[in-house]
Design a protein. Structure first.
Lengths: 114, 115
């Protein structure tokens, strides 16, 4: 069965430090992968997506993610974190059944120290 | 352009009651999906509607139902509410049935509390 694992429940970084959030997926074919961010009391905002092609994808707010098929990973990175990046981050993979179903990980909550 | 709008934003219900949640998709989007997000977890897929027909259903009991109207807005209905139905209910819209090159755009959700 398809699944997404985000190994880190909470991560704390200092403002200006680099960030990497881990995501591993289980999927038989080439996956469609997504990262969403959720601020408190808000819905989900799409940061970036991978469908095919270049394995390094750029997103909004200075985020990027790298698809590594050999490791079944799609880690999210940012070179310098801002205090406004504090939020919950969700990795998701498209369900193979063909309709608009995303399978989400449990999320990683990011805290940013000044 | 307006994003996905959901109403109400918050709702408190008692066990056994019924609830209706509403969603208006982004203009031009014909697909609406519903997700349930329990505190501390990622969203779980409930339904997808495209062109007013149910196209997918998640692992939820028959107490959950939905429909899509001719203007592509949607309602999610939950009967015989249980305490475990307390969650943030998210609506998402997209232009097409599949997520290929048509990512989901989420609303801010309806926070349902069942007491």
């Amino acid at each position: 069965a398809q699944s997404v694992t985000q190994p880190d429940i909470h991560i704390t970084v200092s403002e200006g430090a680099s960030l990497e959030l881990r995501c591993n997926y289980s999927y038989g074919a080439t996956p469609y992968l997504f990262w969403y961010v959720q601020s408190p009391g808000q819905g989900l905002q799409l940061l970036l997506k991978y469908f095919s092609g270049d394995t390094l994808v750029q997103g909004i707010k200075g985020f990027e993610a790298e698809f590594k098929r050999s490791q079944s990973s799609f880690n999210l990175r940012k070179p310098s974190v801002h205090w406004s990046d504090a939020a919950e981050y969700f990795c998701a993979v498209e369900y193979s059944g063909g309709y608009n179903k995303l399978i989400f990980g449990a999320g990683t909550r990011l805290a940013v120290h000044p | 352009d307006a994003g996905v709008t959901q109403s109400p934003t918050h709702l408190i219900k008692t066990r056994g009651q019924h609830v209706t949640l509403r969603c208006s998709p982004i203009s031009g989007h014909k697909s609406v999906s519903w997700y349930q997000q329990v505190l501390g977890q990622g969203p779980q897929f409930i339904f997808q509607y495209y062109e007013k027909e149910e196209r997918g259903r998640g692992n939820f009991p028959d107490r959950f139902s939905a429909r899509q109207f001719p203007n592509y807005s949607s309602e999610l209905n939950v009967n015989a509410l249980l305490l475990g139905d307390s969650a943030l209910y998210l609506c998402a819209s997209s232009t097409r049935q599949g997520v290929n090159n048509s990512p989901l755009h989420f609303g801010n959700g309806t926070r349902l509390t069942v007491t």
